[in-house]
Design a protein around this ligand. Structure first.
Ligand code: LLP
Length: 433
């Protein structure tokens, strides 16, 4: 039997298993809080997206892993071995990819405010493609690339002006956005013409990303339509034919039993159809498609394990179950009121007869992992598992209240391997003089 996603299973001993490993045993071996990441699930997700691209789009189309969802050395090695490229959004992510020996030709460098130093660093390590956000960055890149005697391949990030119907904090593709250059205002056309005229950049195509955690296929299709119309427009006006169209990420993943993942295969097949019609009606070659899933590759690969501490009921109000982590290792409930499924790892299949608020250990009332959450009865010392924490948990972690970041253990086919050491108190003061 599985719980929520097919890699969360219940063993004969009633314990929650992930990647073939008993989570109670992992908590004992490595301590808590502990991030557990299922390498097998990450690989199968990468393979699934790559197979879909092969089915729907021209050769040369590629999956880029949006590594802001989960950036640590080992994941770039996994991506490389699966033939998946990487989207990095900062020099820190780029450095991590380099440290993993990731081929920088397969790196796409994002960001709405790349500093001159970031640009120089990325040029020095040979980043394959810059995704240029705006005209200011375009000119800076052209200047710095010129100084270094390089011609840098680029995509231009455009805002297609689509409403993706998701949480407002994760919408990115609207006209009034800090990301990209708007098509609607005519600025996308002018930045394109500018890019084509510059000496030290080489325009390869366009990018858009409309937002994250999207469950409706319509906004993806609309965005693809707008981008294809723009490509045709550019071709008519300038003769430039985009070689690549990067459609970003955003594929929704479910965190509870109430919903289901977005069917990415439906979205991509429909876009594949659009492309063929587009090419026939305009008489131009179909661009190669790039996609940038982050959450859809890693979210359901993760579980966070905590030890239950205080369990208290406020008569007439609610029950708080406090755990030994909280918003520093998972700020998503505090930030977005995100849903999560929690369970007691040693009684995974038992009925959830309690309704509790799962609280962290920080000195802040908003430090909650979930409110009104169904849970098995539990007490001090039990291991509490929160599912679907592979994306935007470790990558958004902090040391608030001087809590060391948890360790991360990678599991696959019943074997476990430490991939990130638990931070020590010494780590907390390492840079302090
Ligand atoms: N490409 C670009 C340009 C992006 O900005 C993002 C996410 C992605 C791809 C990947 O999106 P995904 O497939 O993971 O939805 N911290 C928030 C999510 C912020 C997403 C930012 N950009 C959260 O925890 O829900």
């Amino acid at each position: 039997m599985h719980i929520l996603h097919d890699n969360y299973t219940v063993g004969e001993n009633g314990h929650l298993f992930v990647g073939g490993c008993d989570t109670v045993a992992l908590a004992q071996k490595y301590g808590t809080p502990l991030y557990v990441i299922d390498e097998g699930k990450i690989r199968s997700n990468m393979q699934r997206f790559s197979a879909l691209l092969r089915e729907c789009f021209p050769a040369g189309s590629r999956v880029l892993f949006a590594s802001k969802a989960l950036s640590y050395v080992d994941i770039y090695r996994i991506a490389a071995s699966e033939g998946v490229a990487a989207d990095v959004v900062s020099p820190g992510e780029l450095y991590t990819a380099c440290k993993a020996g990731f081929d920088t030709a397969d790196v796409y460098f994002h960001g709405n405010n790349k500093t001159d130093a970031d640009i120089a660093y990325a040029l020095d390590v040979g980043v394959g493609t810059f995704v240029v956000d705006n005209e200011d960055e375009l000119l800076a890149l052209d200047r710095i690339a010129g100084q270094k005697g390089k011609t840098q391949p680029i995509l231009l990030r455009l805002s297609p002006g689509i409403d993706p119907h998701t949480h407002k904090k994760v919408v990115t593709g609207s006209v009034d956005s800090k990301f990209g250059t708007a098509i609607e205002t005519g600025q996308a056309m002018s930045i394109t013409e500018r890019a084509l005229a510059l000496q030290n950049v080489l325009l390869k195509g366009f990018h858009c990303h409309i937002g994250s955690q999207i469950f409706d296929s319509a906004p993806f299709i609309e965005a693809a339509d707008v981008m294809l119309a723009f490509i045709a427009d550019v071709y008519r006006k300038t003769g430039f034919l985009a070689e690549y169209l990067n459609l970003g990420g955003g594929y929704g993943v479910t965190y509870t039993e109430d919903t289901a993942d977005l069917d990415a295969s439906r979205v991509l097949r429909e876009i594949g159809e659009k492309l063929r019609t587009f090419s026939a009606s305009h008489g131009i070659a179909v661009p190669k498609i790039l996609i940038e899933p982050g959450r859809a590759i890693v979210a359901a690969a993760g579980v966070t394990l905590y030890t239950v501490g205080s369990h208290k009921t406020i008569t007439g109000y609610r029950t708080y179950v406090s755990v030994d982590g909280g918003m520093p290792d998972n700020p998503r409930y505090a930030l977005y009121q995100s849903d999560y499924t929690a369970l007691i790892a040693s009684r995974a299949a038992e009925a959830k007869t309690e309704r509790v608020t799962i609280a962290g250990r920080c000195c802040e009332s908003g430090d909650l992992i979930q409110e009104n959450a169904p849970l098995q009865p539990c007490g001090r010392g039990d291991i509490l598992a929160v599912l679907v924490t592979g994306a935007y948990n470790y990558s958004m972690a902090s040391n608030y209240n001087r809590l060391p970041r948890p360790a991360m253990v990678s599991v696959r086919d019943g074997a476990d391997r430490l991939v990130i050491r638990r931070e020590s108190y010494e780590d907390l003061t390492r840079n302090e003089l």
